[in-house]
Design a protein around this ligand. Structure first.
Ligand code: ADP
Length: 454
């Protein structure tokens, strides 16, 4: 991967003292970096081979609970270990922390050392291998939208997450002046990530007060997902370093626009853009039309992976650029899928459904699987839609609640074949648990509505 360090270079830096700490990280179901902080010497002499973690880490929720109902791990089986196998092609400096480097790990079974099938990185690697066997490589870009707040995470938590004040007082879409005021946070985000080897393109103000977007140049799918996870982590850490908070919650206020993570996708063959055909409509090859038809047909099945929490579904409201219709369009932001780069080698499809809380490995894995299914079955692409798709009563929709998405996930024959039945059951349980937890919660809304008047 460009921008990374080779192992010998890391060793040299540890021995000359410029690196003393190595973060061995894996990506959990929620897309978070989890792991351990190694002393540099221990890592380069021993632990680079492998280290271990408890297997509940791929069967937990945001709160680190230990829900029942998972086949892979439970109290009955004693919560054993997984192997964390450092992927030495992913070593990079962490320039926003002193003397620190990072490596991403694959999660392997403790006994036979095969990849754990529901590990997000393994799920994406599996689809990439299937695509490779078809003769193609996927390149992707995920856009990261988030909100910056005036106060720090700790202050906000101590205040009970009330009276949240975004860093800006007004909609800052494309604003230069307002974003200048935020450069104490955004400039180190861009520069530190760039120095860590991420091909940062730009950041910009987004269409709400305090909302930001970070764009990273498209890369092979696994690199793209790695970049996304590292960038999301860095944004939170760097915001924290500056006494601010950054949230990727898709909808933190019902009256404010939500945050998305649009995913741009293209296939390549021998370095050539396989989605491009100068004689095709919009410069789109037959291959691309089948891929898009697969993406569209199976969008309801895989929506859970684009919107994994109860809150994710609160983002899907009309007129907010958060599309829910499974149609495509050319350069039109109200459709679930948008053809971008019309008539050029850069022709690609952008999925606009996913929220800022998606796990990029899972989202990319299921979309690759859907696109491949479209290619295998030579699915025909329906004509593009035009105009405001929100008003289109005929166009099909993605599920509108986590409950509905979970049902579609659990019953998806397509996902069972592509990911494996055990993996579908695992994530369907995660989705159910999320809903059960929410159903048991007493919310601020209920109290304000009923405390006096009920
Ligand atoms: P916008 O004007 O919507 O921001 P950009 O041209 O900046 O569009 O591209 C958006 C994202 O698409 C960027 O992250 C870019 O790297 C990515 N991208 C460009 N070409 C391709 C491609 N062929 N395949 C996948 N992603 C691409």
């Amino acid at each position: 991967m460009p921008g990374t360090l080779v192992f010998d270079d890391l060793k040299a830096r540890v021995h000359d003292g410029s690196v003393d700490t190595i973060l061995a990280c894996f990506v959990d179901m929620q897309g978070r970096l989890m792991g351990k902080r190694f002393h540099g010497v221990n890592f380069v002499e021993t632990s680079f081979e492998e280290t271990h973690c408890c297997n509940y880490l791929l069967a937990t929720d945001l709160e680190m609970a230990t829900p029942d109902g998972y086949a892979s791990t439970s109290w009955e089986t004693g919560y054993g270990d997984y192997v964390m196998k450092p992927d030495l092609t992913t070593i990079r400096l962490v320039p926003w922390l002193d003397g620190t480097a990072m490596v991403l790990c694959d999660i392997l079974d403790h006994h036979h050392h095969h990849p754990v099938s529901h590990s997000p990185r393994a799920m994406l690697q599996k689809q990439i291998a299937r695509l490779d066997a078809m003769g193609f490589e996927a390149k992707m870009a995920t856009e990261l939208e988030f909100f910056l707040f005036e106060k720090s995470f700790d202050e906000i938590r101590k205040d009970g997450f009330r009276d949240l004040q975004p860093i800006s007082g007004y909609n800052e879409d494309y604003h230069i002046f307002q974003t200048t005021k935020e450069e104490d946070v955004m400039r180190p985000i861009r520069n530190h990530l760039y120095a860590a080897g991420l091909p940062i393109e730009n950041s910009k103000g987004e269409a709400e007060a305090g909302q930001e977007e970070l764009n990273i140049r498209y890369s092979p799918a696994l690199d793209c997902a790695d970049h996304h996870s590292i960038a999301k982590h860095a944004i939170k850490e760097i915001a924290w370093q500056h006494g601010r908070a950054a949230t990727f919650l898709p909808k933190w206020n019902k009256d404010r626009v939500g945050s998305s993570s649009h995913i741009h996708q293209s296939l390549w063959h021998d370095g050539e853009a396989a989605f491009f055909d100068p004689s095709g409509q919009h410069g789109m090859s037959k291959l691309m039309s089948h891929y898009m038809a697969g993406l569209i047909k199976y969008a309801p099945d895989y929506t859970y992976f684009l919107a994994p929490y109860v809150n994710s579904y609160k983002r899907f409201s009309k007129g907010t650029f958060a599309p829910t219709k499974t149609v495509w369009s050319v350069d039109n932001r109200t459709a679930g899928f948008r053809l971008c780069g019309e008539g050029t080698e850069g022709v690609r499809v952008e999925c606009r459904i996913g929220g800022s809380d998606l796990n990029p490995y899972l989202a990319q894995a299921v979309m690759l699987a859907a696109g491949m299914k479209g290619i295998e079955d030579q699915l025909e692409l329906a004509p593009a839609t035009a105009g405001d798709v929100y008003q289109d009563e005929v166009a099909a929709s993605i599920p509108q609640t986590l409950r509905a998405a979970t049902e579609l996930l659990r019953n998806s024959q397509f996902l069972r074949e592509a990911l494996g039945g055990d993996v579908v059951n695992h994530y369907a349980r995660a989705a159910e648990w999320e809903q059960e937890e929410f159903d048991g919660a007493v919310t601020d809304w209920e109290i304000a509505r009923g405390f006096e008047r009920a």
